[in-house]
Design a protein. Structure first.
Length: 383
């Protein structure tokens, strides 16, 4: 996501948006050398965020367990951090703990809500008024439903909450994948346009090696009141096509920046969805954040020689096997990657930046989850 700031669209700005910097084109191609060697000017602040002692001990431990944290955004105050968290595991199915959290500048948890509402919380966006939008990226599997039948009405939705957690709007039919206007299919992220339109990036399975006939990859648009407008893009690897549009954000000129994860690229579109350019120098993008200076922060949590598709099988021959996980930082004005927070510090899926320039990364991991001290959400400050 990105800092909330006014975006004024004029014909001149639209023309400027279409003019892609030539040096960005020159340094970006699908077969380019990995960008792993940029300096890291940040230091890690250990244990900045803390979950309170709470109601969900695991493995005999007394604290609230940290789950996967796939997305985050900065609050309208510029200092607080909102995150989605998968209920102490990598799913909220069968759980009754909150999935949406706000931490203040000191790392203290000050707001939590969304208990019992989600199957698989994913993207998050805080709009200009402070409302919190969250996507629920999938429904329960048959095995999960057998164990937790009450989960049948969860997933494939976008929720709009007030800052205090009051539910204000729901897009999609809970638990049922499909097409707009009434249904959504694996919503990855949500974003509010300058005119109030709602953009929903759909199709988490688009990056699969063998996507089935029901798999989509698109960005669906709705009015501010939830009425369906149209769809941008389709499943594929061509210009304006996607394989899992995992995150979306606007830059200051109103261009739509898309983390086209399955195609290992950033795509740049105008507000009507017209293709402008594609960049490969930011590796395999999962999360995006754009600050007030049009600096682009890209989280890559999948590039690795041994990354496994769905955690089950190695993916051979992929371009990103030679790239390292981490957060790449560069300018949207020239496309140059200037900094890299490497894998040794974090393997992030979500990224956010506060008004002071501090960087935050959230991880999605499958395995053991620790209570008390955080192992999934990290803060980085300039040295």
């Amino acid at each position: 996501m990105q800092q909330r700031r006014p975006i004024v669209l004029t014909l001149a700005l639209a023309i400027c948006a279409a003019a892609v910097p030539t040096d960005a084109r020159a340094q970006s191609s699908a077969d380019m050398e990995p960008v792993n060697d940029r300096p890291n000017p940040y230091r890690t602040v250990d244990d900045h965020f803390m979950m309170p002692i709470a109601e969900m001990p695991r493995a005999g431990e007394p604290g609230r367990t940290w789950g996967s944290m796939p997305a985050m955004d900065t609050g309208i105050d510029g200092t607080s951090i909102w995150v989605t968290e998968r209920c102490g595991a990598n799913s909220c199915i069968g759980s009754e703990v909150p999935a949406v959290h706000r931490f203040d500048a000191s790392g203290k948890l000050v707001t939590s809500f969304g208990a019992g509402m989600f199957a698989w919380p994913h993207g998050i966006h805080v709009d200009q008024k402070g409302n919190v939008w969250v996507t629920d990226g999938r429904s329960a599997t048959p095995e999960e439903l057998e164990q937790f039948p009450d989960a049948a009405d969860k997933g494939h939705t976008v929720f709009k909450f007030s800052p205090d957690g009051e539910l204000l709007m729901t897009l999609g039919t809970p638990g049922i994948a499909g097409d707009p206007p009434d249904r959504l299919n694996e919503p990855c992220d949500v974003l509010i346009a300058p005119n109030g339109d709602i953009l929903v990036a759909e199709g988490h399975s688009g990056q699969s090696q063998d996507p089935g006939p029901t798999v989509v990859s698109r960005i669906s648009r709705f009015t501010k009141d939830g009425a369906f407008i149209d769809v941008i893009g389709t499943l594929g690897s061509g210009p304006g096509e996607f394989k899992t549009p995992h995150a979306i954000a606007f830059d200051s000129s109103g261009r739509l920046i898309v983390a086209d994860r399955g195609n290992d690229r950033i795509q740049i579109l105008d507000q009507d969805g017209t293709y402008l350019d594609e960049w490969y120098q930011f590796s395999r993008p999962s999360g995006l954040f754009i600050d007030a200076n049009d600096m682009l922060y890209v989280a890559d949590g999948e590039s690795s020689p041994d990354f496994r598709d769905g955690g089950l099988r190695p993916v051979a021959g992929a371009r990103w096997r030679e790239w390292l996980r981490g957060i790449r930082i560069g300018s949207l004005r020239d496309g140059k990657v200037i900094y890299f927070i490497p894998e040794a510090e974090i393997a992030p899926e979500g990224v956010a930046v506060d008004a002071a320039g501090n960087v935050y990364g959230g991880e999605v991991l499958i395995g053991t989850y620790n209570s008390g001290k955080n192992q999934r959400l990290k803060k980085f400050v300039k040295r």
